[in-house]
Design a protein around this ligand. Structure first.
Ligand code: TXA
Ligand code: MG
Length: 321
């Protein structure tokens, strides 16, 4: 049985023993373990059921420690670090030998971030090693934004979930690489591209990927609920599916064609921040309902809306037949 609580000392003790602990961040919950211990890192891959070619993000609590774990930082990425760390930003930086190859799946670059959550920052400050942590969901499923979400899927597999409440951002970090003199967004996430561009100038955005993505968060099918999700118009879906078996994820208002009990509204105030916060937990709620299909509306394609729409498109590409 997995325990849930707010005991940082217990979390620290378990991590120092080489065990895994789920930790809160402002983006999503992470499945954390000692990033410098390959035995622990393999255990993360095992518990998450994640292929070893899909590398892990390393979490630490200060820029000084980021510099200790990485080689030369390109000037423009250093500017992003100064502006957005701690925060929902992950930078790909040349790794030093301290980081095991297993963490980066053999890549010479490590993905590194400083999560902006008081409990986890305090915990990291009390550890003398960084934490490798993927999102604390089974590979391919929806990311967890509460301790209960983690418990629902990892109960019995890890000893402890550090409960930091609901994640304030609700989308994973924005992943930024620097390649051939250019800033490249590998994954749209909790910092809008417009915000990155205010600091870094024009960036290149990787839209999709094929067989060997540099960030497998970019795999075509990802973040998917178990029930089929479609972006087809509701009117069209109503011609082929029993209305009682359709769930609807809408941006700001209920639709008249279906019962309100089958609909979840991401943000009645049309706030993309609120929509982001609710996004993963609403997908989970719909996934638990007795439905044949989830019909989702895209949201305005600006700010965090770009990341939400990106995740919706990937979820819709999954076929469950
Ligand atoms: O907000 C987040 O980033 C959350 C919290 C827990 O920090 N973490 C997270 O981790 O979303 P994960 O493992 O679910 O997604 C990390 C993504 C994966 O798509 C992985 O392929 C990519 O980052 N990644 C990690 N290390 C990389 C590397 N060295 N090179 C390229 N991509 C990397
Ligand atoms: Mg993930």
């Amino acid at each position: 049985m997995t325990k849930i609580g707010t005991d940082i000392h217990l979390a620290r003790q378990l991590l120092m023993e080489g065990q895994l602990v789920a930790v809160p961040t402002e983006t999503v919950y992470g499945l954390a373990g000692n990033a410098l211990d390959t035995r622990v890192v393999s255990e993360i891959f095992r518990v998450k059921d994640r292929p070893s070619f899909d590398p892990l993000i390393v979490h630490t609590d200060s820029l000084v420690r980021v510099k200790d774990l990485t080689g030369d930082i390109p000037v423009v990425l250093a500017r992003l670090a100064d502006r957005f760390m701690p925060g929902p930003l992950t930078l790909l930086l040349p790794k030093t030998e301290k980081i095991p190859d297993l963490v980066t799946s053999g890549s010479p670059k490590v993905a590194i971030r400083i999560p902006d959550h008081p409990l986890t920052l305090t915990l990291l400050g009390q550890l003398d090693f960084p934490l490798a942590a993927p999102s604390a969901n089974p590979f391919g499923y929806i990311s967890p934004t509460s301790a209960q979400h983690v418990f629902d899927q990892l109960n019995g597999k890890i000893p402890y979930i550090l409960d930091g409440g609901q994640c304030s951002i609700g989308l994973e970090s924005t992943i930024v690489d620097y390649d051939q003199g250019q800033v490249v967004i590998l994954r749209k996430g909790g910092i809008a591209i417009e915000e990155i561009e205010k600091v870094a100038g024009k960036v290149k955005v990787m839209e999709s990927s094929t067989s060997r993505p540099s960030a497998p968060g970019m795999l075509d099918q990802h973040y998917a609920p178990a029930i089929t999700l479609t972006l087809d118009p509701l009117a069209e879906v109503l011609t082929r599916v029993n209305p009682a078996k359709i769930g609807l994820l809408v941006f700001n208002k209920i639709r008249s064609e279906l019962s309100p009990s089958q609909q979840l509204v991401l943000s009645p105030d049309s706030s993309l921040q609120e929509a982001a916060q609710n996004f993963f937990s609403f997908l989970r709620r719909l996934d638990k309902m007795d439905l044949d299909i989830i019909v989702a509306e895209t949201v305005p394609e600006v700010g965090l809306g770009q990341a939400i729409n990106d995740k919706l498109k990937r979820a819709a590409r999954k076929t469950n037949s």
